[in-house]
Ligand binder design. Structure first.
Ligand code: SAM
Length: 287
């Protein structure tokens, strides 16, 4: 057992259901407030850059956010044949929006984040994640994504990315069949949905299996869960789930991914192909 030195400060997120915790050494608390939706904290860490915490849960650090943001976006954008209109629900730190906007064929992206304070604080503390916010193709809206999706025109969207917090509080309604049904209607048959789907290690047989059941009940026929590393989230291993009615989500534009005209730090065509491999214990999701 290791003991933390008494003269150092650490932020710890305890994940009680699995008896685990992850800590980062922090040198200053830069901001703290209770917004209308959640408790927001921003820290300076010693080695991971800045850290944002919502309701006691790690959201982003400068050091490792590229893993999550690249995997929430590029696999889906290289799976849809020609994505032009994209909706991001949540995603207030704007890192997902920035990655989406790297795709030159895109015409319009709406980011519907319920808590404007997350975005305003990200503009101050995570300016690199917000560097594409002024792109003329981007619209930043501060509303509940669950209500917003109900008012979309049928078939209006090519891709919906649900970059939400854990399925509690305002995000609870982003994981059920009613919400997925509204997504399916807004997407049309060849549209694609991406949902952040928590830890493969901790959630395959409960949250992920139940979420896929709800997606299928709503009419999504093809689905696949892509694991990727994410050190700050519980278990250090995270996932996104792709779903579609008309597309086979394991087929992607591999040559286009190889020829991509923008830089990434984690995603490439080989990473994409590797992430489609199914670990033995996750095969239950495909029976
Ligand atoms: N990467 C993070 C993770 O997996 O834990 C998610 C980061 S992003 C900051 C999550 C955002 O989802 C939060 O800013 C939260 O306000 C937003 N959110 C939660 N429920 C929402 C809803 N119903 N509509 C729109 N945004 C929502």
């Amino acid at each position: 057992m290791s003991v933390m030195p008494e003269n150092e400060s650490w932020f710890t997120e305890v994940w009680s259901p699995e008896g685990s915790a992850f800590s980062l050494e922090v040198t200053a608390k830069l901001h703290e407030e209770q917004s209308a939706f959640q408790h927001i904290e921003i820290y300076q860490t010693r080695h991971w850059g800045k850290l944002m915490v919502l309701d006691g849960c790690y959201m982003v650090t400068d050091k490792d956010n590229f893993l999550y943001h690249e995997m929430m976006t590029h696999p889906a954008l290289f799976t849809h044949p020609d994505p032009k209109k994209v909706l991001v629900i949540g995603g207030g730190d704007c890192g997902t929006l920035r990655e989406v906007l790297r795709h030159p064929g895109l015409e319009q992206v709406w980011q519907v984040e319920i808590d404007e304070r997350v975005t305003r604080l990200s503009e101050i503390h995570f300016p690199e994640l917000c560097e594409a916010n002024g792109d003329p193709r981007a619209s930043l809206l501060f509303e509940d994504g669950i209500a917003w999706i109900k008012n979309c025109q049928p078939g209006e969207l090519d891709l919906i990315i649900v970059d939400s917090t854990d399925p509690v509080g305002p995000a609870a309604g982003l994981f059920n069949r009613e919400f997925f049904g509204h997504c399916l209607r807004a997407l049309g048959d060849d549209g694609l949905l991406v949902q952040q789907s928590e830890s493969p290690l901790f959630h395959t047989d409960n949250l992920i299996a139940e979420m896929i059941g709800e997606m299928r009940a709503a009419g999504f026929e093809s689905h696949h869960t892509l694991p990727f590393p994410q050190p700050i989230y519980p278990s250090g291993w995270w996932s996104c789930t792709l779903a579609s009615k008309g597309l086979t989500v394991t087929d992607f534009r591999e040559q286009a991914a190889r020829d991509k005209a923008f830089e990434t730090r984690y995603y490439n065509a080989d990473i994409h192909r590797g992430a489609l491999a199914v670990p033995e214990f996750m095969k239950t999701l495909y029976r």
